[in-house]
Design a binder for this molecule. Structure first.
Ligand code: ADP
Ligand code: ZN
Ligand code: ZN
Length: 674
């Protein structure tokens, strides 16, 4: 290639457009990386295009300093896909493309680059796999696999299967059929939580002994991530199991995408570029004309809406796969009309005792960690507020500290009230630690294990904890959402749910939807192997539809009703939303900035007729206004379609950038917390 050629380079810098450089040494290809001068700095860039002509002065155009082409260039598809994500989530191409490469590939090469690269290419250590006997699919499972087998091109499939219906087996057979058609195929398998990867990885490895399987999640070292990434990029591995970050992997022969537990909130990035890996999975499949399968016992309303209008194909598994397995029976117990022992109804106490006497396991689910959400002074009413947030600091008895779950502030527990000096401070309400203590009092003989974020901080702690439940070394498992997800426990016959009411009546419009998913998921841990199983929920709202739907294990009843409500209220998913959030040292500054942003929005709205269906709401302080000494406000924008919202954001976002405010702000497209 001659020297007249220019390369267009994307850099991981906010608001920076694609820059043009002269091609220096070597033969650059689109998808290679290069080191370029940027002001006084040297930056790593990604070549996203080439051209033989430029608009700027030839002399002003600098040359790249080094071409990095020791690996195959990133594919055209990968570039298009990251470009789409950048445009959709309002970031620069470079921010999305480069930030989502493993550190090794997004950094300027060091002196030992070639050696490190060779090391990344070393073969993987052989993994011992447990042989799992081959299962015969039941009719529903076979039909689901058959539909996918017969399909060609893009298609979004929703595998809606009750808990324990054997979705994993269906995924495996779907993968098998893809490999049968195309032996060199590569498959991406997204999972919500790293805690679920070991179990799944084992199943996948044992089913595909001839395929190389790699994983990608935040629990891996940078080196391990780079190694897995490169193995997919170079087609040495065929199956990638990973959390949301894996959606951006380079997978040249990608032929099938699976998204397990697609409703899970962890698919949505909570900071940085607020992408939804599930939504991007559908987009990526569409761009490649391949199938994508979204599996869940409780699909998200967005997904369900797409099923109902016929955009997604529904595959249903209505019964549990293990013949002897049963669905748990529901009992709702109103704490106002029964006797309680330390906040737990006697009915629940009896049910637990009954299971223990039969050597069966129980799960007690409570979505709140710590000992008590707040402590109070019995004399003056003082409450353990966090000094930096508009919330309470949670009492952690094991560490004898008050800890704020929002900013991390922590303080030794006071021996007397900081306001009046009274020594009588009492915990109010219960978290997992307190329930653990209560059940230890009630059943001193029982082997009790608590699983929540606090108890599983050490590396591998969660894996070990779950393994001990599987091994039958635990009688009562107490925990947060972590215990509700995915695990195929064999001997759990009772699930107890305490304290779901806060979520049922929360101001969050999605509170009920999430409560339902939580309840269905946690109920799904019981009765997997046989005999009878029960779910006991302590709630004051027993007459709500949610419990009727839960009792009947009828997701459709619940989801269809909720969808209708959303439609009537003209709410998401029937509108598309973007949320501009600002934070500053005081709320007035944040609100002031958002008001300026509203002015910009109004200017754009009035200029184009296209935006008659765009609604810009008033800025409001967030419900949890202050976090870590920053006061937060938000501004919601709605449009009737995603496409229109995106057209609007493309004009509005740069206008907000141009305000050059000192206020910190972020834009969240398709926010999940409004
Ligand atoms: P889900 O992910 O739908 O909750 P799993 O994939 O964990 O369900 O499967 C639940 C249980 O059913 C597992 O123990 C699995 O081995 C078993 N299973 C799946 N398919 C079959 C089948 N066709 N016959 C017998 N058992 C099966
Ligand atoms: Zn006091
Ligand atoms: Zn705080």
């Amino acid at each position: 290639m001659s020297k007249e050629h220019y390369v267009q380079v994307a850099l991981d810098v906010p608001a920076l457009p694609i820059l043009t450089y002269k091609a220096g040494e070597g033969e650059p290809r689109v998808g290679d990386r290069c080191v370029v001068p940027l002001g006084a700095r040297r930056e790593l860039g990604l070549i996203v295009g080439m051209t033989s002509h430029i608009d700027i002065d030839e002399k002003k155009c600098k040359s790249y300093l080094r071409l990095i082409n020791e690996i195959e260039p990133l594919s055209t598809h990968w570039l298009k896909f990251t470009k789409f994500a950048a445009d959709y989530y309002q970031h620069t191409w470079g921010e999305v493309a480069l930030a989502n490469l493993p550190q090794f590939f997004r950094s300027k090469p060091g002196p030992r680059y070639a050696m490190s690269l060779a090391k990344l290419r070393e073969p993987f250590k052989a993994v011992k796999v447990k042989q799992v006997p081959e299962l015969t699919l039941n009719d529903e499972q076979a039909r689901a696999v058959e539909v996918l087998k017969k399909h060609s091109g893009f298609g979004a499939f929703v595998l809606h299967g009750v808990t324990g219906s054997g979705k994993t087996e269906v995924y495996l057979r779907m993968m098998e059929s893809v490999f049968k058609d195309k032996p060199q195929a590569q498959i991406l398998f997204l999972v919500p939580e790293i805690n679920l990867t070991p179990q799944l990885e084992g199943r996948v490895r044992s089913h595909f002994p001839d395929k190389a399987v790699v994983t990608m999640h935040s629990g891996l070292s940078q080196g391990q991530r780079a190694k897995a990434w490169l193995a997919m990029h170079e087609k040495r591995a065929q199956i990638l199991i990973g959390t949301r970050m894996a959606i951006f992997a380079s997978i040249p022969e990608l032929s099938l995408v699976l998204v397990d537990e697609e409703h899970d909130l962890s698919y949505k990035a909570g900071d940085g570029i607020r992408y939804s890996a599930r939504d991007l999975a559908v987009k990526r499949a569409q761009m490649l004309a391949i199938p994508v399968v979204l599996g869940s016992a409780t699909p998200s309303l967005e997904t369900w809406a797409n099923v109902r209008v016929g955009h997604y194909n529904l595959l249903t598994l209505t019964k549990r796969a293990v013949q002897t397995a049963v669905m748990p029976q529901l009992r709702v117990i109103d704490p106002r009309h029964c006797s309680l022992i330390k906040g737990i109804s006697t009915e629940i106490v009896e049910a637990v005792s009954d299971r223990l006497s039969r050597g069966e396991q129980c799960i007690i689910f409570l979505n709140r960690r710590g000992y008590a959400p707040v402590i109070t002074c019995t004399s003056c009413g003082w409450l353990s507020k966090c000094p930096h947030c508009s919330t309470y600091a949670v009492y952690h008895k094991d560490r004898v500290r008050l800890i704020c779950h929002h900013c991390g502030w922590s303080h030794a527990v006071y021996s007397r009230c900081p306001d009046c000096g009274n020594v009588d401070l009492t915990p109010m309400g219960a978290g997992t630690q307190r329930i653990e203590e209560t059940i230890a009092h009630l059943w001193p003989e029982a082997r009790i294990l608590r699983i929540d974020r606090d108890s599983t901080q050490r590396k591998d702690a969660a894996e070990k904890a779950f393994a001990s439940v599987h091994a039958g070394e635990v009688d009562i498992l107490v925990g947060t959402q972590m215990v509700a997800k995915g695990h195929d426990f064999q001997n759990v016959t009772l699930v107890v749910v305490l304290n779901i009411d806060a979520q049922l009546v929360s101001a969050n419009p999605r509170g009920e939807e999430r409560a339902f998913a939580n309840l269905m998921q946690v109920a799904g841990r019981a009765g997997r192997a046989g005999s009878r199983a029960e779910i006991l929920v302590q709630s004051r709202f027993g007459d709500k539809l949610i419990f009727r739907a839960l009792a009947a294990q009828d997701y459709c009843l619940f989801a269809d009703r909720l969808l209708q409500e959303r439609k009537d209220e003209y709410a998401a998913p029937f509108v598309s939303q973007a949320l501009l959030t600002a934070d500053a040292t005081d709320i007035d500054k944040a609100l002031e900035f958002l008001r300026l942003a509203v002015q910009q929005a109004e200017i754009i709205r009035n200029r184009y007729e296209d935006f008659a269906h765009v609604t810009v709401y008033d800025p409001i302080p967030m419900a949890l206004m202050r976090v870590a000494d920053r006061e937060r406000a938000q501004l919601l924008v709605e449009a009737d379609t995603k496409a229109r919202l995106n057209r609007f954001l493309r004009l509005w976002y740069p206008a907000v950038v141009s305000l050059k405010s000192a206020v910190r702000w972020t834009m969240d497209v398709d926010p999940v917390d409004v």
